[in-house]
Design a protein. Structure first.
Ligand SMILES: NC(=O)c1ccc[n+]([C@@H]2O[C@H](COP(=O)([O-])OP(=O)(O)OC[C@H]3O[C@@H](n4cnc5c(N)ncnc54)[C@H](OP(=O)(O)O)[C@@H]3O)[C@@H](O)[C@H]2O)c1
Length: 332
């Protein structure tokens, strides 16, 4: 009798868990904290430094934070876009923020030598930085064996080495003041080996290595490390993507009919991750979250399913287009 009850309990748990995973647009830990955890407004008055804040996920996160009175450092290269995001932040803050509370930094992440200067400028302006959110980055669509070595290097310069350098500066600063929080936008491609993005997937996996190592090293030291892993989101991302060839961008734009999270929803989930100091969070529309759970916890099932449905299906889930489009786009 006891074993029957335990068996039924485990079965029911499995069914409920599976249903919830299929319904949510994020992993279940994040979904739980969105409902029952700390609200974004708990960060009110804190200072968050966001790189890649001129569009997309960085912009969405800035808006979610500004709405709750969080002071912002918006960093990227396109000044006009940063000004636009700043105005949107001030409007959405509904009087919680003044112009002084949103600092714009026109900063190229690839100019590594300038990182310290910009971080110091932010600290001087606000007297403090509480969270560094490393979000700037670019993706890639390419066939693995054709990728030029320089593309691997360029992608790692932007998605990995610039991030690690700025984070080192922030961590030294947080060490000196006794606490702090560093976060980074990885991707579901940092969790699963996705096809046709070899260097990008490598760069995001490397980010997990660097940031997980940092978290372990600083255990008990008041340093929070968050890794944020979005699936497809409506941003400029695809058109800005690297290909396999130096100097050639992918150039395809997302279509309004694509299955992607909006940048506002993704930004909100990023802000919830920051407010609740979560170690890792995943966010995407169905079926990519159950798909990621399967890949991580049931690799054999994942591998067998992939053999049956084919890699093209995976490409379609990610880009809402046929793999053929990638081949044609790269010819142009
Ligand atoms: N969209 C998705 O489907 C998706 C999915 C998973 C992960 N991600 C990750 O999300 C992050 C943001 O991408 P997004 O989708 O929001 O694309 P996006 O709209 O193209 O945003 C990329 C941001 O990075 C900045 N950036 C690029 N190169 C830079 C450089 N050299 N120096 C400083 N800033 C630079 C861009 O600003 P400037 O051009 O003004 O410099 C822009 O603000 C990336 O790390 C990406 O890997 C996106």
């Amino acid at each position: 009798m006891l074993f029957t009850i335990i068996g039924v309990g485990v079965f029911a748990y499995g069914i409920i868990y599976t249903i919830l995973v299929c319904l949510a647009d994020c992993d279940l830990q994040l979904a739980f904290f969105e409902r029952f955890g700390k609200k974004i407004r708990n960060l009110k008055g804190k200072v968050v430094f966001i790189t890649g804040a001129s569009s997309g996920i960085g912009e969405g996160t800035a808006l979610a934070l500004a709405k709750n009175g969080v002071k912002l450092v918006l960093a990227a290269r396109r000044l006009a876009e940063l000004e636009r995001v700043k105005q949107k932040c001030l409007e959405i803050s509904n009087g919680l923020l003044t112009s002084e509370d949103v600092l714009i930094l026109q900063m190229d992440m690839l100019d590594i030598k300038s990182h310290q200067k910009y971080f110091d400028l932010a600290v001087q302006h606000f007297g403090n930085v509480d969270i560094l959110f490393n979000n700037a980055g670019r993706s890639q669509r390419a066939t693995w064996e054709n990728i030029e070595l320089d593309i691997h290097k360029q992608l790692f310069e932007l998605n990995v080495f610039s991030v690690v350098n700025l984070t080192s500066i922030a961590v030294r600063y947080f060490n000196s003041k006794g606490s702090g929080h560093v976060a980074v936008t990885s991707s579901l491609a940092g969790v699963v080996g996705v096809p046709f993005s070899g260097s990008y997937t490598g760069s995001k996996h490397a980010i997990h290595g660097f940031f997980n190592s940092l978290r372990t090293e600083k255990t008990g030291k008041n340093l929070t490390v968050s890794i944020i892993c979005p699936g497809p989101v409506f941003t400029n991302f695809l058109s800005e993507s690297f290909t396999e060839t130096v100097g050639k961008k992918y150039g395809i734009s997302a279509k309004p009919t694509d299955r992607r999270l909006t940048m506002e929803r993704c930004g909100e989930l990023c802000a919830i991750t920051l407010a609740n100091q979560l170690d890792e969070s995943w966010m995407a529309l169905f079926p990519l979250i159950p798909f990621t759970y399967t890949a991580v916890y049931f690799p054999l099932i994942f591998k067998t399913t992939l053999k049956i449905v084919g890699v093209n299906t995976l490409f379609k889930l990610r880009d809402s287009s046929d793999i053929q489009l990638m081949t044609e786009a790269k010819k142009n």
